[in-house]
Design a protein around this ligand. Structure first.
Ligand SMILES: N[C@@H]1[C@@H](O)[C@H](O)[C@@H](COP(=O)(O)O)O[C@@H]1O
Length: 255
């Protein structure tokens, strides 16, 4: 596991965008696993800039998003579908047919989950998975639990997650209580994983993820077992890590 310490959100995002760009230069038809939330926003902005100004090509890129709220349609501004098109896909030269996001309005939840897993498998699996982390240590919407859920599944969101994500909605009551999420096995099968974390609210979850026991109570802790994870972390989120690494504060430090 590599840990890259960056001084702020912008530097974290730039570093992440460069890794994604490097992946696409090496393999233009890469399968990317994509995350939503506030964390990757500036990374998407930088990738859009690279697409426009540096010829970064998405024409062969295939994407699978981690999750979607149940009950929100594509036109709902709080759906992850809307987020992805608004913040990324509408601004790059990606093919619509190469974009995959779980449906927020599935007719049959089990079938939708199975279909999503089948599509990922048919695409050859994920080459590079981008992850944010929830304040409770979730990845995608894999919430703390007594077991790891392997494949795409329906989740009942934790109260903590609902509260944390309420900032995007007019009222906390509007936050959906269920979501579909890619499972831990699929995430762990990604060839490379990029975990981004910024802000003091993530410090404790990140510390438990990297240095705590591997437990479904901190879903992201399973990443300790993956052979190619890069964690890009900004100062505030790194607060507890730095203490653990005897204050190795240099940018680009690898642990
Ligand atoms: N399901 C998403 C995750 O994919 C995201 O990584 C995480 C952190 O969100 P944020 O980046 O807004 O802090 O929580 C959300 O609920």
């Amino acid at each position: 596991m590599r840990i890259v310490f960056t001084k702020d959100y912008e530097e974290m995002s730039l570093h992440a965008a460069k890794i994604v760009a490097g992946q696409l230069y090496l393999k233009p038809n890469s399968v990317l696993g994509l995350a939503t939330g506030s964390t990757p926003l500036a990374m998407y902005r930088e990738l859009i800039r690279m697409n426009r100004e540096n010829g970064l090509d998405f024409s062969e890129t295939v994407t699978f998003n981690l999750d979607e709220y149940i009950g929100l349609g594509q036109e709902d501004e709080n759906s992850y579908y809307y987020y992805m098109y608004h913040n990324f896909f509408n601004h790059i030269n990606i093919r619509q047919s190469n974009i995959h996001i779980p449906s927020g309005l599935p007719e049959n939840v089990e079938e939708e989950c199975q279909k999503y897993d089948d599509l990922i498998a048919q695409s050859g699996g994920i080459d590079l998975q981008i992850l944010g982390i929830g304040q409770n240590g979730h990845i995608g919407f894999n919430e703390p639990d007594i077991k790891f859920e392997a494949t795409t599944h329906m989740v009942k969101l934790d109260d903590d997650t609902i509260k944390a994500n309420a900032r995007f909605f007019a009222t906390v009551e509007e936050v959906p209580i269920h979501a579909l999420s890619m499972g831990i096995k699929t995430i762990m099968h990604a060839r490379k994983i990029l975990l981004l974390a910024n802000g003091a609210a993530k410090a404790e979850a990140l510390f438990r993820t990297l240095y705590g026991g591997i437990t479904p109570e901190t879903p992201a802790s399973i990443l300790q077992l993956h052979q190619d994870v890069t964690v890009i972390v900004e100062e505030e989120a790194a607060r507890l890590l730095r203490r653990n690494l005897n204050d190795r504060t240099s940018i680009g430090c690898t642990a």
